[in-house]
Ligand binder design. Structure first.
Ligand code: CU
Length: 295
């Protein structure tokens, strides 16, 4: 969970001018292929390096899009790469000022971020050269300016989405973990499929009114959801040492994020550390967590 705060601090390093020059001329949906069922797909490949994000197609038509993030740094991870769009009148400079403040728990900043940045999700860029690419998929639902951002390194790549919506397929899911409304103090919790696979494609649809992360971490045998609550009140750590874990970027209300994963059979805590719009406290500490099983 500490890495969320680290991400907040390093988000300050973002500069609004980085990579702003739009690169025109890329053929629309030039990367489209047909999947096994014969439906069209579009895969955008991102090469994530210490000082840049290189994108295979920067201009394409709206529709379902698969992102393949390759970390060629040779490090375990070189940061969370995610896709965002900004509401009219809200600038990248505003985002770079507000996001770190929001993650520090300043309620006014949380309100501005929640209201003006549309988060499509993303994943940590896991390395290095010989590791498989990290894959995720979303519906890039509207024409306009989008940004791929690495909040940890400050790297940014603009995307132009234009033209009419193209019918393109998404991968089929092997499990689901959705943010859903709840009566706890955060107003949010998760629902998870009872038979979620150990690996494959996870589907996360945000059915609430606030943005969320999906942070999934293996927990000790016998851990109950109330043990996570106790941990936040100063109780024992529930997480398994060297346990399997992964997490997503931020997913805005109404958006569905599909992410490839490869974890171990076992018991997992699912938590969200996005700050509450009410008081800036991370959702998990207000009750947004569940315990679930994979495999
Ligand atoms: Cu949340």
């Amino acid at each position: 969970m500490q890495k969320r705060y680290r991400a907040a601090a390093t988000a300050l390093l973002l500069t609004a001018t980085a990579g702003m020059a739009a690169t025109g001329g890329a053929a629309e949906a030039s990367g489209t292929h047909h999947d096994r069922a014969g439906a069209k797909t579009l895969t955008i490949t991102i090469k994530s390096k210490a000082h840049s994000l290189k994108v295979s197609d920067t201009t394409f038509r709206p529709g379902n899009t698969i992102f393949r993030v390759k970390n060629i740094d040779g490090k375990d991870s070189n940061g969370l790469v995610q896709l965002i769009r900004l509401r009219k009148g809200y600038t990248l400079q505003d985002a770079f000022t507000d996001v770190p403040q929001a993650l520090k728990g300043i309620p006014a900043a949380v309100k501005r971020v929640d209201g003006n940045i549309i988060f499509y999700g993303g994943m940590n860029a896991k390395g290095g050269r010989n590791k498989p690419a990290q894959k995720w998929a979303v519906n890039v639902n509207k024409p306009g300016a989008y940004y791929l951002v690495n909040l940890d390194s400050g790297n940014l790549a603009p995307l132009t989405v234009k033209g009419t919506k193209q019918h393109r397929a998404l991968p089929s899911r092997d499990g689901f973990i959705n943010p859903v409304p709840s009566h706890n103090a955060s107003g949010n919790t998760f629902e998870a499929g009872k038979h979620n696979a150990v690996s494959g494609w996870m589907s996360s649809k945000n059915k609430t009114a606030e943005p969320h992360f999906v942070d999934i971490e293996q927990v000790k045998k016998g851990t109950k959801n109330r043990d996570i609550t106790k941990m936040f009140q100063g109780g024992p750590n529930v997480f398994l040492k060297h346990g399997a874990a992964t997490d997503t970027g931020v997913i805005s209300p109404g958006h569905r994020f599909l992410w490839s994963y490869d974890l171990k059979q076992g018991r997992y805590g699912v938590l969200c550390f996005w700050p509450s719009i009410d008081d800036g406290m991370p959702h998990a500490m207000m009750g947004m967590h569940i315990v679930t099983h994979l495999g």
